[in-house]
Design a binder for this molecule. Structure first.
Ligand code: 76R
Length: 270
């Protein structure tokens, strides 16, 4: 892998959405269709040799798209190769790109490191930095942080049935300019946001990937859930966090249910 195409930290992340053109599909020969299905089964198999680190596909109800594919990995070419293979497959002429989003996984600048966490304990909770309680708490936090950061940078896609994706940016207008707020204020708002999100632990798993300078929005929000209702609930709840209520702009929302490649191809009657 050429080092120039490997992020300094984290993985490339590509969200792809396609519609099926039934007219074009009907025009394909039976053989092209069969070969196309076989080709896509391989392309969309996360365990295929040479597959990127993570890959999931899902069916999308509604007319915005028929299906989506999420790909994450170290090697940009391996990630991009999935997109190319979908379009270059014998079914490619019947698959119309509906939307795509390119981003990179990251650890947010608002996640306190162990040192900053220690300062919070000392200054806000009055814990004596010389005490054994302090050391125990900081050590436990550092261990938790290591696992959390690993999952944010090199995520294991959860094996949960539903997924929701939407791009978002922070406002930069008038008195709603996120980027003109001092760091402490942004940090405070994000910490409130984090606490409201944590109430969904075990029901929703979120991944924030960064796209400033890479795509049209600043972040991609990917939420996996054990039930579609939890997606509705979390997005609604978090709208009330000031960081979202006052400062967030959202693009289109894509919702889907996760399937294996062969289940997806069957479901779409390809
Ligand atoms: O990462 C952490 O757990 C620490 C706290 C935290 C940060 C720093 C956190 C927690 N988020 C952070 C950063 Mn989030 N998040 C969103 C959305 O729909 C909306 O209103 C906004 C879309 C959701 C649903 C969500 C969920 N978060 C961010 C950032 C980056 C900001 C930056 O770096 O400038 C964005 C754009 C963003 C947006 N967030 C959580 C959640 C949930 C569920 C949590 C709790 C995490 C947990 O329990 O592990």
């Amino acid at each position: 892998v050429p080092a120039t195409l490997v992020p300094q930290e984290g993985w490339h992340f590509l969200h792809l959405f396609y519609k099926v053109d039934r007219g074009a599909l009907a025009g394909l020969s039976a053989e092209a269709r069969r070969e196309g299905v076989e080709a896509l089964k391989k392309v969309l198999d996360p365990a295929a040799p040479g597959a990127p680190n993570q890959l999931q596909c899902f069916a999308v109800p509604g007319h915005k798209a028929d299906f989506g594919v999420m790909i994450a990995g170290t090697d940009l070419k391996a990630v991009h190769a999935i997109q190319i293979a979908i379009q270059a497959s014998p079914l490619g002429p019947a698959l119309v790109p509906a939307y795509s989003f390119y981003s990179i996984t990251e650890v947010s600048e608002y996640v306190p490191d162990a040192e900053a966490y220690g300062r919070i304990l000392r200054d806000r909770e009055g814990v004596d930095p010389e005490s054994s309680a302090y050391k125990t708490k900081v050590d436990a936090y550092a261990a938790r942080l290591g696992t959390m950061n690993q999952q944010r940078l090199y995520p294991d896609f959860p094996d949960w049935p539903c997924v929701c994706f939407y791009p978002m940016s922070k406002m930069r207008q008038g008195d709603q300019n996120w980027y003109l707020l001092p760091f402490e204020e942004r940090s405070e708002l994000m910490s409130h946001h984090g606490r409201s999100g944590m109430k969904f632990a075990g029901r929703v798993s979120q991944l924030i990937t960064a796209s400033t300078g890479l795509d049209d929005w600043e972040w991609g929000v990917t939420l996996w859930a054990k039930n579609p209702s939890y997606l509705k609930e979390i997005v609604y709840t978090m709208r009330f966090d000031v960081s979202s209520a006052k400062y967030a702009l959202f693009g289109d929302f894509y919702f889907g249910y996760i399937l294996s490649a062969s289940e997806l191809l069957d479901t779409l009657r390809l």
